[in-house]
Design a binder for this molecule. Structure first.
Ligand SMILES: C[S@@+](CC[C@H](N)C(=O)[O-])C[C@H]1O[C@@H](n2cnc3c(N)ncnc32)[C@H](O)[C@@H]1O
Length: 293
């Protein structure tokens, strides 16, 4: 069985939070007349090899502690009350086949309610979001490795006004690494990636400052990075707030074992009527989870 390899304790944290939100969500939504779906746009294989990267383990690799934890797809399939539909998207065919096999074997009663797409998450989500959402509600979980999620996709999700979104935004593992100290040294492909993920080039004005510096040959302009993790996080939260009715204003920093921030775990709610409750529940779950760590 193929098993995804990544993570650390933060992997468990995000899945605990997701799991708790999913059951709160289905409990509430089952009282209404909507068809409800869980859309796992970076679905993975079903299980994750959760590596505990402590310094000790790095020194004595043969003693590395391996444990397997349930991935987002399994967490969703085990949620009670259950969803009406489960939509799993993954670009990697082997991962998706593995997940299908697990569902056939362990969740055969739910297999007819599962839909699989072996394609890019941005493409599939764009199509799904363009459907009529009047009688439908969903949670979209975006759990990429890096900078795969385009802003255009986030906009499509918000436009449905029917979807709650959990997203891991790669502010440490992706964005901060692309922000070169001197903007003139930034490759154009990195600039494009940043424009795609933020949906604007306003980040240049927020994260960089131009100063005039003297030299032997006269004065010249230098545009230097003047940002940090908090500013990058705030910029993304402001972007989400510009298109969703509700957003958790203080999202969670998911850090590696050396305490370096990797992802920002964000929550946004698209429905006018449900958003206040959704934000309250999501915030409570996050705060409790942080208290436990
Ligand atoms: C971090 S893993 C997801 C883990 C999963 N959420 C879980 O809890 O088990 C990212 C997954 O996204 C898939 N992936 C990478 N790029 C993708 C893309 N552009 N569209 C859809 N899936 C993609 C990878 O094959 C991988 O399985």
């Amino acid at each position: 069985m193929a098993i995804n390899k990544f993570g650390g304790n933060w992997t468990e944290t995000k899945l605990n939070i997701l799991g708790k939100y999913l059951s709160a969500y289905t409990t509430i939504l089952k009282k209404y007349n909507f068809k409800i779906a869980f859309i796992d746009a970076f679905a993975g294989t079903g299980y994750i090899e959760n590596k505990q990267n402590t310094d000790e383990n790095l020194l004595f690799e043969f003693e590395e502690t391996k444990e397997y934890i349930k991935g987002s797809a399994i967490v969703a399939l085990e949620t009670k009350p259950c969803f009406d539909r489960y939509i799993f998207i993954d670009l990697n065919k082997n991962n998706l086949d593995n997940l299908k096999q697990i569902i056939n074997e362990k969740f055969s009663n739910k297999k007819d309610n599962c839909i699989f797409y072996n394609d890019d998450a941005n493409i599939v989500l764009e199509k799904l979001c363009n459907k009529n959402w009047q009688r439908h509600r969903a949670i979209v979980f975006l759990d990429p490795f890096g900078m795969e999620v385009k802003w255009q996709t986030i906009e499509s999700i918000a436009k449905t006004k029917a979807i709650d979104l959990w997203i891991l935004f790669p502010f440490g593992i992706g964005v901060n690494r692309l922000l070169t100290n001197d903007i003139s040294k930034m490759p154009s492909s990195w600039e494009k990636k940043l424009n795609d993920i933020f949906g604007t080039d306003e980040w240049k004005n927020t994260f960089y400052k131009t100063t005039v510096e003297p030299s032997l040959f006269g004065e010249f302009e230098k545009t230097r990075k003047v940002t940090n993790f908090n500013k990058i996080a705030q910029f993304y939260i402001d972007r989400l707030e510009s298109i969703f009715v509700g957003v958790i204003d203080k999202p969670m920093y998911l850090c590696n074992s050396r305490n370096n921030p990797l992802f920002l775990f964000c929550f946004a709610s698209g429905n006018e009527k449900g958003s206040k409750t959704a934000i309250k529940i999501a915030k409570n779950i996050m705060v409790k989870e942080m208290g436990l760590k």
